[in-house]
Ligand binder design. Structure first.
Ligand code: PAF
Length: 284
């Protein structure tokens, strides 16, 4: 596996090889969830590039500085999972010449504004677009763990005719149901145990919605909250139940539901979601 640290060198490689390659964009601190994306990319492409870049545009400064960085371990995991190139540029090289251009978020993502996260997702779209332009991949692999991110990237690619196929990949979970995330490394053993309530709350919502349909979304959300708050270190930051086709509230016309939650566990914001279809019933 080759390590490329300079944008110019990556572009040189891409001109020759880009169209035959799949890219797995990451923030580093690679775990089993990333390994599964890399393996999927490996099975569908001649070449696989993994990017490791802690993007300053999507973090507040303190979180950016504190984000774990383990290039050596990332290289070992990426190589084992089947990557051909690991691209790890510096922030100065990525954002030269007073970088300013932005991609505006489509209106459908109003809930992101409610959470005060528009700036974060603008940063995500900027870096993803730059990675696509630098590496020129045929396919790109993203997890369903961040459904807003994935939907925004799909929309950007469609709206701007970006010639990259977006591949959605299932969330990888620990046995306890806890979604794999680089942030899990920041949890104490006790917090890790408490965090398993997040997936339980999503399963609870799924069971309630399947039984009762769209009728009592507030009731479902408050049951989720009650369950989560039974864990002393866990506090709900956000819950939404939407139709994943529109990101509007789930209602009787919805064929699928997406339940998303952000929970603060011991000061760490963890997110997870569950997407499922509903049996057609007279109550829906
Ligand atoms: O989900 C992530 O890891 C990041 O948001 C991404 C897509 C690599 C952009 O920095």
């Amino acid at each position: 596996m080759r390590l490329i640290k300079s944008v110019a060198e990556m572009q040189k490689w891409a001109v020759k090889n880009g169209r035959d390659c799949g890219i797995v964009p990451t923030l580093g601190s690679l775990h089993e969830g990333h390994a599964s994306l890399i393996k999927k990319a490996r099975s569908e492409n001649g070449l696989v590039v993994v990017s490791v870049f802690v993007n300053p545009l999507q973090f507040k400064r303190d979180k950016f500085l504190a984000y774990p960085r383990n290039l050596r371990e990332d290289m070992a995991l990426a190589k084992k999972a089947g990557a051909d190139v690991l691209f790890a540029p510096s922030a100065d090289d990525m954002y030269k010449n007073d970088f300013e251009s932005q991609i505006v978020l489509p209106k459908m993502f109003k809930t992101l504004a409610h959470q005060g996260l528009e700036w974060h997702y603008r940063g995500v779209l900027a870096v993803v677009m730059k990675l696509f332009q630098i590496i020129l991949p045929a396919r790109a692999y993203f997890g369903l763990k961040d459904p807003h991110q994935l939907a925004l990237i799909e929309r950007m690619v469609a709206d701007l005719n970006v010639p990259v196929k977006i591949r959605r990949c299932e969330t990888i979970r620990e046995k306890s149901g806890l979604a794999r995330s680089s942030r899990n490394a920041l949890l104490t053993a006790e917090e890790r145990k408490a965090a398993t309530v997040i997936y339980k709350s999503l399963e609870l919502a799924k069971a309630r919605l399947r039984k009762n349909g769209h009728g009592n979304l507030r009731g479902v959300m408050s049951e989720m909250k009650k369950l989560i708050h039974a864990e002393k270190t866990a506090r709900v930051e956000h819950i939404e139940i939407v139709d994943p086709a529109s990101f509007l509230p789930f209602d009787k016309k919805s064929k699928e539901a997406l339940v998303f939650t952000a929970v603060n566990v011991g000061g760490k914001r963890l997110t997870d979601n569950l997407r499922f279809t509903l049996p057609v019933s007279p109550r829906n």
